[in-house]
Design a protein around this ligand. Structure first.
Ligand SMILES: [Zn+2]
Length: 339
């Protein structure tokens, strides 16, 4: 009896959510309600005065202030069906001019998270099985993350990376081959090649430009690569909280590591790997634990996409032996003119 009543209440709740989403997206107010950005005026002026020049100050982060996530259009099947979902509490837009750094393990300047706020990040994908499982866990909780795929993996499994982007997650990059960019034999040119080829591979897989977000393999921040990324206006992501999921013996260990560190630190950018099986297995429970602990997810988006370099795009297409026409979206090749 109680179960039947619960089911009925859940159905009524779901119907109310669907009606609210329909009302919201069909209403003329929707354009007015699109997230506006509140940015640092000084950074804006500097950027306008010296286009293309990196900023010395790293206070150039634009954030949306307490604006709810843009409502999901009814045509997108991902409308949240879970009334108790973790969801997304806040969406922030990052102005990556000058290559700002995020994550207290390496960068202390941009402390933009409030108490109990977390950012979910996943490295090393896309990978069959694990990445789709991570996507499902995130989707079940109607929440969003930032992904840092490896270029090579993106060329192996472009269809999986496309699913990541289609689900509304932010996609940056994590080099071409996961090379350590902080070794003696890593020249400036090799570091540039790793970075740019990685972005071109992500672009080729997605058929769209990636976000100018970057995470160094093994969090090894080479100084030359740091300077290069700054010149390319790419934001660098370290982390506040490493899940050490790659060496966890089971999913429970990942959940315990993350929750123990979070309860101590109170907030943070969480580093995980969609490449890892245990992470994929841990995620449904971990996301429930975050919800139960009163944590709120902040989604990070880039203000503008990264312009990949044509020479790397072309070299990659040549290497991959991809026919040039296949890089064009279908809609630019085939158009319905009458039906
Ligand atoms: Zn990695």
């Amino acid at each position: 009896m109680r179960n039947a009543l619960g089911l009925m209440l859940a159905s009524v709740g779901a119907a109310a959510v669907i009606a609210a989403v329909w009302f919201w997206t069909s209403s003329p107010r929707v354009e007015l309600a699109a997230p506006g950005t509140v940015s640092a005026p000084l950074a804006e002026r500097l950027a306008a005065a010296t286009p293309g020049k990196p900023l010395a100050a790293r206070d150039d982060v634009a954030t949306t202030a307490a604006i709810p996530e843009k409502p999901i259009a009814p045509s997108q099947k991902s409308a949240c069906a879970n009334p108790d979902a973790l969801g997304v509490a806040r969406v922030v837009v990052i102005d990556t001019t000058g290559g700002p750094g995020f994550g207290f393990e390496h960068f202390k300047q941009l402390d933009f998270l409030a108490d109990k706020e977390v950012v979910l990040t996943f490295d090393d994908g896309p990978w069959p099985g694990n990445t789709p499982a991570v996507l499902k866990a995130l989707d079940d909780e109607c929440t969003k993350a930032v992904f840092f795929p490896i270029g090579k993996h993106a060329t192996y499994h472009p269809e999986i990376l496309k699913q990541v982007a289609a689900a509304g997650h932010t996609v940056g990059a994590h080099t071409w081959s996961h090379a350590n960019l902080n070794t003696k034999k890593m020249t400036e040119q090799l570091a540039k090649d790793e970075i740019e080829k990685g972005y071109s591979a992500v672009k080729l897989a997605l058929g769209a430009a990636p976000s100018p977000f970057f995470r160094f393999p093994e969090l090894q921040h080479g100084p030359a690569a740091m300077a290069y990324l700054a010149s390319r206006n790419v934001a660098i992501f370290s982390c506040d909280l490493d899940s050490f999921d790659f060496r966890a013996k089971n999913p429970e260990q990942i959940i315990n590591t993350v929750m123990t560190k979070l309860d101590k630190q109170g907030k943070g950018i969480i580093l995980m790997h969609d490449f890892q099986k245990h992470t994929a297995e841990a995620l449904p429970v971990l996301l429930r634990r975050l919800k139960a602990g009163g944590y709120k997810v902040v989604q990070m988006k880039a203000k503008a996409p990264l312009q990949t370099l044509a020479e790397y795009d072309e070299a990659l297409i040549k290497d991959m032996k991809v026919p040039v026409a296949s890089t064009r979206p279908v809609s630019s090749v085939v158009q319905t003119v009458s039906e």
